[in-house]
Design a protein around this ligand. Structure first.
Ligand code: PLP
Length: 403
């Protein structure tokens, strides 16, 4: 078997092209998993770079900063003092205590995993199953649809309106629900749009979920990267008595520039945490031990962490504002981002546009078909300011040039 694999920088998708022996038929577990819609542009960008072409890469889904030094040092110290063995599956107690303290939870309600991606997968697998429907506000991160379907439940996309930054309302969710609706995936600030729900919008959605008895999985991985207002957490807005239906997911990847360390976590009522932990005990066991100590430093040295985050957010804000100025002056339709580091731009045919932008103008972006909204493209401003400005200028020129 010959395997050629690639991970797009977004960690949105894992792409494997395989020359298979003829007898192989994928099992029912994976046969429905769709290949990434980003494949064409991502692999073309790599090929162009390999051929010596200069590519402005606005496809990345990770901060372009190094992990702050105080975190790297903590990990080095941990390794030197022997933190190189297995830990409890759910993670070391001091880290779970630090996570729990931020959420006013109990450490027994916390499961630390290999990235928030695994936390989300654990949650979907523990909560949903055959016959269940799960509402997914759309556009949203592509892995939600696949995780729900790996749990053999049905993901039901609910499209948000452009006048509200592509966010959904409680009414829209209520209309998409059926008697089989079991849960709801929330992500605010959102990948790919950067939209964040304000307190009222989020409260209305959580009230609806509580009244229907739905599970809410709230992915708050971009929560600390917010520009307009602090992005509210579902934790503080869940109506009284319904908190046990919430699974809160977060991690260090985006806020602390720690994508490669692979630490995320879920906070849930004890039986749900126990089920996720049991699942994890048979798949990956504990997340990497040195990474747990790095995350512990990130969460407990709050002065250093706040300073590092403030610097990154200020830089993202500058780039966001520069990009919006260019888009505004050309009258381009896009979602004004409240958080994260993405701009979502309406271009017509996103796949064709992304291919042309890359081939003819050397700018890599992610087509919106990856997020079930094919009229759009996502660009990331987690790239040097000059690259962002030049890339957005070329995108705008192509968009405004006669076909
Ligand atoms: N959730 C969202 C919305 C993301 O965009 C990403 C990464 O792109 C993740 C989760 C995964 O993060 P992690 O690196 O912690 O697995």
């Amino acid at each position: 078997m010959c395997t050629d694999s690639a991970v797009d920088e977004d960690a949105v998708t894992y792409i494997v092209t395989t020359t298979l022996a003829p007898a192989f038929a994928p099992s029912a577990n994976v046969s429905h998993i769709k290949e990434s819609a980003t494949l064409a542009v991502a692999s073309r960008a790599r090929a162009l770079k390999a051929a010596g072409r200069e590519i402005l890469d606005l496809g990345a889904g990770e901060p372009d900063f190094d992990t702050p030094e105080f975190i790297r040092r903590a990990a080095q110290k941990a390794i030197d003092s022997g933190a190189t063995r297995y830990t409890a599956t759910e993670g070391i107690l001091p880290l779970r205590q630090a996570i729990a303290a931020q959420a006013n939870a109990d450490p027994a309600e916390v499961v630390v995993s290999t990235g928030s991606k695994q936390s989300l997968f654990n949650a979907c697998f523990a909560l949903f199953g055959p016959g269940d429907e799960v509402l997914v506000p759309t556009p949203s991160w592509t892995s939600y649809y696949e995780m729900v379907s790996l749990a053999r439940a049905k993901a039901v996309p609910v499209h948000g309106h452009v006048t509200r930054g592509l966010k959904v309302t409680a009414d829209e969710l209520a209309r998409a629900a059926t008697s089989r609706t079991k849960g709801l995936m929330l992500n605010s600030p959102c990948n790919p749009t950067g939209s964040a729900y304000d307190t009222n919008e989020l409260s209305e959605i959580l009230d609806l979920a509580a009244s229907k008895g739905w599970w809410v999985i709230s992915d708050e991985i971009y929560q600390r990267i917010a520009y307009e207002y602090p992005a509210p957490s579902a934790l503080s807005l869940m109506p009284d008595g319904s908190r046990d239906r919430l699974v809160l997911v977060n991690g260090v990847a985006k806020s602390f520039a720690m994508t490669g360390w692979r630490i995320g976590w879920a906070i849930a009522q004890r039986p749900v945490a126990a089920a996720m932990n049991a699942l994890q005990s048979h798949t990956t066991s504990n997340p990497a031990t040195p990474s747990q100590y790095a995350a512990l430093a990130a969460l407990t040295d709050t002065a250093a962490a706040d300073a590092a985050i403030a610097h990154m957010v200020a830089t993202f804000r500058e780039r966001r504002d520069a990009a919006m100025t260019i888009l505004d002056s050309a009258g381009v339709t896009y979602v004004r981002p409240d958080g994260a580091f993405y701009l979502y731009v309406r271009v017509g045919d996103g796949d064709a546009f992304a291919t042309r932008l890359l081939d003819a103008h050397g700018v890599a972006v992610v087509p919106g078909s990856a997020f079930l909204t094919p009229e759009w493209v996502r660009l990331s401003y987690a790239a040097p300011t000059a690259t962002v400005i030049e890339g957005v200028k070329r995108l705008t020129l192509l968009l405004k040039s006669p076909a």
